[in-house]
Design a protein. Structure first.
Length: 323
């Protein structure tokens, strides 16, 4: 071969190599994940984005905020979001309607709510709220379900003995409680710490459910989406699990994301919240059988026409994580 032909071949190979290097090895899968409210359940998703865990799985994740689970469910069914990090009881409801909702990976380990009341009212328990107005994030939400279930276990009628008001969460709920629009509110840990630090002594926890095992919240998708995107589904589960494990070992990262979620809150608030988060969230992504049974119990107490569904039919966590 002539020197000229050799040089031409070398140039062609160099151009091909440059082209291959410039092209991405794999096209990223675009995923829209719905997030509800502002609480610790979002942290594994946000940390997985911040640390590049999704990107490492060739996933381009966009979060879509919703004020309540009901609105997010509508978006989920309609297809405007691919996945959602919301209450696990939606999976039971949706499957009873013939919609193939599935758990991709678990997030919470316990019920995430408390009920907050003004100090000095001498309320001893939930019975003392008879005839009062109680704020929940939205009708049919996780907070609404927990409240109604608890009232029923005490023999109270949630529709007659109290007035349940959809008031949102965070500062909106706080304003409603301070103004007297409601007499009590359902509050997550994020809200509880705000009351304890910013409104010290003005409010107290009347009831705390945060030690009761419950499947809580999870990343949820449809079976048809998983079937159409098997690699992406596994990538989501792996990325979120890495974030959950990091939460247990890296308080600095947890504080960083909490500060981004609550930029106006004090450093004392950020630290206090970061200290609580590892106690509340799963470290292994599992939907515990005990928590799943409790979720079924709560929801079917409120909606007895719902049929029980075996966990193995809706829980893909172990399959997606290969365990």
């Amino acid at each position: 071969m002539s020197i000229k032909r050799l040089l031409q071949s070398a140039a062609a190979l160099a151009l091909l190599g440059a082209t291959l290097l410039a092209a991405p090895a794999f096209a990223q899968t675009k995923i829209r994940i719905g997030l509800i409210g502002t609480n610790e359940s979002q942290l594994p998703i946000l940390i997985a984005i911040d640390k590049g865990f999704f990107k490492a799985e060739n996933l381009d994740v966009e979060t879509v905020p919703f004020r309540g689970g009901g609105i997010a469910v509508q978006a989920f069914i309609g297809g405007s979001i691919d996945l959602a990090a919301f209450a696990t009881d939606h999976v039971l409801r949706l499957n009873n309607r013939g919609i193939d909702a599935r758990f991709l990976i678990g997030i919470d380990r316990f019920i995430t709510y408390t009920i907050i009341v003004p100090a000095g009212k001498n309320y001893k328990d939930l019975n003392d709220l008879k005839g009062k107005k109680i704020g929940v994030s939205a009708p049919g939400s996780y907070s609404d379900n927990i409240l109604r279930w608890s009232l029923k276990t005490l023999g109270m009628n949630p529709d007659r003995d109290v007035t349940i008001v959809g008031i949102g969460d965070g500062n909106t709920a706080k304003a409603g409680l301070i103004s007297g629009q409601v007499d009590a509110i359902m509050a997550t840990t994020a809200d509880v710490l705000d009351y304890q630090l910013a409104e010290a002594g003005k409010f107290v926890i009347l009831k705390d459910w945060r030690t009761i095992p419950h499947s809580g919240q999870a990343v949820i998708g449809r079976q048809r989406w998983v079937d159409a995107n098997p690699a992406a589904a596994k990538g989501v589960a792996r990325a979120v699990l890495k974030a959950e494990q990091l939460i247990q070992t890296d308080p600095a990262e947890v504080r960083k994301i909490i500060k981004e979620l609550f930029p106006a809150r004090s450093d004392a608030y950020v630290k206090a919240y970061a200290d609580e988060v590892p106690k509340l969230l799963s470290a292994d992504g599992r939907i515990s059988p005990q928590g799943y049974i409790r979720m079924n119990e709560i929801l079917r107490t409120l909606e007895p026409d719902l049929k029980a569904i075996d966990q193995s039919k809706v829980d893909l966590t172990n399959t997606l994580l290969g365990r």
